[in-house]
Design a protein around this ligand. Structure first.
Ligand code: PLP
Length: 243
């Protein structure tokens, strides 16, 4: 291994240990077991070599938000038996590609996407865990800024996923909103997500994933019951540009 790769490995190891420590401390505060919170490392914009180093450091779950980038990285890392999560806004014409490598899609937010993912998954002989992305800035009918369905649309979408061949309802996901009633209040947003999850699990007990929390707000997410935190920059470094 070259010196540069060794340096990068050491940097990722330190960052990973810090994030794991943050999760462990948040669990102690919340009276939860660290094993009940899964770290999903968001590797978007970083090369497949980093994914490989992360796998050597024990990471098993990785996430991406753009199909083209994800597809080539998943192919380059196909020997690592990682679990791939797709967390970005997804166009229906990308469904066929995404179901080839993703085990979970966190960003299901409309019936047409359910239909597209279902026929793609069937064709590929795969079964994909689908999380309904909840747009908390769409609470009470307001227009949201990013992807996601308003809280009152979650049940219907989960029913559609449950009825769709090749898919299963795995849970709910949110990104702390930048506008609306939850702006600047990730703790309140994640508590609301937990309520929505509780209602969903009454109808779909297997849909127990609660995907919430990023580098800046993982403590609030763990406190509110998140089962999966999606961490990018705190592990890999700050991305150049906006995504
Ligand atoms: C990029 C991204 C993350 C990770 O964000 P960081 O702030 O880098 O930890 C989490 N979730 C989604 C949907 C993302 O697009």
């Amino acid at each position: 291994m070259s010196g540069t790769a060794n340096d990068r490995r050491a940097e990722l190891a330190v960052n990973l240990a810090r994030v794991e420590e943050r999760i462990a401390r948040a669990c102690v505060t919340a009276g939860r077991e660290p094993k009940d919170v899964t770290l999903v490392v968001v590797t978007k914009t970083y090369p497949a070599d980093d994914v490989r180093l992360l796998a050597e450091l024990g990471v098993r779950q990785v996430a991406e938000n753009r199909d083209q980038e994800a597809a080539s990285k998943a192919a380059a890392c196909s020997d690592l038996s990682l679990s791939w999560h797709f967390v970005g806004q997804l166009q229906t014409n990308k469904a066929r590609s995404v179901v080839r490598y993703a085990d979970f899609v966190h960003s299901v937010d409309r019936a047409r996407l359910v239909t597209a993912l279902s026929s793609a998954a069937e064709r590929e002989g795969r079964r994909i865990g689908c999380l309904v992305q909840v747009a908390l800035d769409r609470e009470s009918g307001a227009a949201g800024q990013r992807g996601g369905v308003g809280p009152d649309g979650v049940g219907r979408l989960a029913d559609a996923i449950a009825a769709a061949p090749g898919l299963w309802p795995a849970g709910v996901m949110t990104v702390a909103p930048l506008s609306g009633p939850y702006a600047g209040r990730p703790d309140a947003a994640f508590e609301r997500l937990w309520e929505i999850s509780t209602r969903l699990r009454a109808d779909h007990p297997a849909a127990n994933m609660v995907s919430a929390g990023m580098s800046a707000d993982l403590e609030e997410a763990v406190a509110a019951g998140a089962t999966h935190v999606r961490i990018g920059s705190a592990v890999l470094g700050v991305r150049p540009g906006l995504r």
